[in-house]
Design a protein around this ligand. Sequence first.
Ligand SMILES: [Mn+2]
Length: 376
Amino acid sequence: MIFVCSSDWQLGMRRWFLEGEAQARFDQARLEAARRVGEIAGGIGADFVLVAGDVFESNQVGEGVVRRAVEVLRGYEAPVFLLAGNHDPLDGGAVWRSPVFLDRLSDLVTVLEPGRGYRPVPGVEVRGAPWLSRKPVPNPLIEVLEGLEAPDGIRVMVGHGGVPEIGGPNAGGAELPLEVLERAAGEGLFHFLALGDRHSLTEVGTSGRVWYSGTPEVTDFVERRPGTAISVDLPEDGGPPRVEVHQIGTWKFEESEVRIRDAGDVERFLEDLESREGKERTVLKLVLDLWGEAEVLRGFERALEDWRGVYGALFTSRGRSRWRVRRPAKSAEELGLRGIARDVWEELGRRAEGESRDARIAAEALFLFQDLATRQ
Ligand SMILES: [Mn+2]
């Protein structure tokens, strides 16, 4: 028996740094990733597909997002089981119960209900622990495991939530302690547990039977190995699973530290921007350390401007960047300043001494002032 695991499609996700049609390209890539999961399943003749939560970014995603997801799922040739996660819980307003979702839904699609087992293949039970609200405590999977005994045949389970020992983002309170999962695997309560919530491909614990497939398309900078799905080959006797990783994602979210002191550094920064592959699918967050003349700052800003539209996104981290402008070398005479303008120039010059925040603001004001004074 072989099956494919995916999770965290997050269809309908918005990212603030994706400007204009970059957001549309990102949306399309996430949809293509979902389609690709089905193609991989078809390619290896999978018996079924599991999607371990957060298929949708929220229960409030637009109708088009839902209809496109339904359309992609219609292309699947194998049964597919979808789990409600923390983003799309099975509550009163669940997208899963909406006519828009149910309207054209393929017969091969099952939304996992609590307290039920499903039999996609004789001798195999699929059981999920859907989230019924955004913040269930404890995690629904813990309660399901508590009520189970080891099965006669094969049991494959689907859950959603963070394992605190692994770290990374997870929903507070709804955690899955590693020890609980290890014990359940040891007692044979499941032969494989497909998890979602952690968007990075991760094997959990030592049993070889618990995995996060990762999100098929990157969603954040903190993700270690996004852009994947896994297929699991499980022997009929319940022996150790063979897991294969499939690369799916086409986008990259990267963070880059940039130190700039002079025009040569700006030149090297430009070369780096120029040389990267897949720019239109690359989101580049810059952590900037700049200390230079206004001209250098201007060169850097021009570089950003020139490449911004080429990249998926290109932006500077506000919180973690430092930039100080060296005060202009020009004097009031050279700029032809007189009267009040000259007084202000000189006062700003005095305030621009040192490295305090005020000094930086004064230095930036001098730069602006110079810009205005030389613009004819
Ligand atoms: Mn998620």
